[in-house]
Write a protein that binds this ligand. Structure first.
Ligand code: SF4
Ligand code: SF4
Length: 430
């Protein structure tokens, strides 16, 4: 049973309107706790949490006028920049309007390195999207569309914001292609990967979903979203959420495609306000990386091999990865290939080998782990597994972007451009 002091969301909204509320990002709160500050209930009204990483359960519902009425009866197939969508569910007979669902994990038939995640970013940044419709009469119609011409462009997350995740190693004898690494995961414990933003994660900050409920307003990719309920495969041990958000309001810098050795994946970014309603919420909000379990599993079936903590991934490691182009220009004549350019999941580092494009870099670190000349700057940590030290070779979550989103949400709360809302129903964990 909850003991001690309490406040309501209405109380906090009054304080925010009066300029009297104390809002901290989860990073700031954890920093205070690590420094030994005894943050009390009266010291804090809201924290802003965040997570950014691979969220495969992402799809978009798009609707727009594609042609004049009566040019075709119904669409039977549709492609956006070569990424297959699913016409419907509303059939739209003879009116020239397309309704379609597009999966974030679908690959383009034109480019194996392009998928739904890249498409969603391109839509949000306002690029013209090539549309190909095959009608039920077998005719092929081509056109283009931008987000400004789409009255309806809504992103849905069916499995998002999971409360951290697991790490992966490959104890076997052969490399394994996987969505959990941009290269095949090396054999014989040759490298680990891991997902999860640790102490910034929204559900980690509110594990009982005491403040996050159906209808909670969140920031998804910088735009306004609303929690719909639990996500698919959510469990008490590993909960996740579903969400709906208007793509017109999003910032493309928070989203994108992520090339893996098993094809393109999707990156999404959440920021969630956690109102400090009682002392239980304050206690869970203070949890640190070093207290959050990170289970390292065998990629061949996910059997747990060891349990460590998120401190191994995020404490004392680089948030951003740097590139020393001078060192590369000296060393590159010895390189038979350039793994960073081949493997960079977002194409932030390319065959030009000149710089990292910070706008699309997800700070995954595989460039630093694979460069022949050690020309990248950024330590990404290691774990002990079965008695050996295994270096992380890629992070599948971007803590720098999660932190930026949480900071942006804090700023919006203080400026009153983002309002806290009461959930319309509690989400029961099960
Ligand atoms: S592997 Fe490293 S040193 Fe070699 S060309 Fe690529 S970035 Fe430069
Ligand atoms: S950290 Fe390196 S490999 Fe990863 S996205 Fe950035 S530039 Fe690409």
């Amino acid at each position: 049973m909850t003991q001690g002091k309490k406040r309501t969301i209405a109380d906090i909204n009054r304080k925010l309107a009066a300029g009297e509320a104390v809002v901290m990002s989860a990073s700031e709160l954890c920093q205070e706790v690590r420094c030994g500050t005894d943050v009390q209930f009266d010291d804090l009204d809201v924290i802003t949490s965040g997570t950014c990483g691979l969220m495969s359960g992402t799809y978009a519902v798009l609707s727009f006028q594609f042609s004049d009425p009566n040019r075709f009866v119904k669409a039977s197939q549709i492609y956006f920049n070569g990424v297959e969508g699913y016409p419907g569910p509303c059939p739209n007979e003879r009116i020239g309007i397309i309704d379609a669902i597009v999966y974030g994990t679908k690959h383009s038939r034109l480019d194996p390195h392009y998928g739904g995640g890249h498409l969603f970013k391109d839509i949000v940044r306002g690029a013209e999207i090539a549309v190909e419709v095959i009608t039920d009469e077998g005719k092929t119609l081509r056109g283009g569309v931008t987000i400004d011409q789409m009255p309806h462009a809504v992103l849905h997350g069916s499995r998002h914001a999971f409360r951290n995740y697991v790490g992966f190693v490959n104890p076997g004898k052969d490399p394994i292609a996987t969505i959990f690494c941009s290269s095949a995961l090396p054999p014989n414990y040759g490298g680990a990967t891991a997902c999860g933003c640790g102490e910034l994660n929204p559900i980690q900050k509110d594990p009982g979903l005491r403040t996050i409920g159906v209808g909670t307003r969140v920031m998804l990719n910088g735009g306004t979203g609303f929690v719909a309920g639990l996500g698919t495969r959510s469990s008490i041990e590993r909960p996740c959420l579903s969400v709906v958000a208007d793509m017109h309001t999003m910032n493309p810098d928070y989203m994108g495609g992520f090339q893996t050795s098993a094809g393109p994946e999707v990156i999404q970014t959440w920021a969630v306000p956690i109102p400090i309603l009682d002392e239980t919420v304050l206690r869970t909000a203070k949890i640190l990386d070093e207290e959050i379990p990170l289970v390292i599993t065998d990629i061949r079936g996910r059997a747990a091999l060891t349990e460590t903590t998120y401190a191994h991934l995020w404490l004392g490691t680089a948030r951003r990865i740097g590139f020393d182009d001078e060192a590369c220009s000296v060393f590159r004549s010895k390189c038979l290939d350039c793994p960073p350019a081949l493997l960079c999941p977002s194409h932030a580092f390319t065959e030009k080998k000149d710089k990292i494009d910070g706008k699309i870099c997800f700070s995954c670190g595989i460039c630093a782990a694979t460069c022949h000349g050690n020309c990248f700057v950024g330590e990404i940590g290691s774990v002990q597994v079965d008695g050996r030290r295994v270096p992380f070779i890629q992070r599948l979550s971007d803590r720098a972007k999660a932190s930026a989103a949480a900071d942006e949400l804090k700023d919006k709360l203080l400026r009153q451009t983002f309002k806290l809302v009461e959930p319309v129903a509690k989400i029961e964990l099960r």
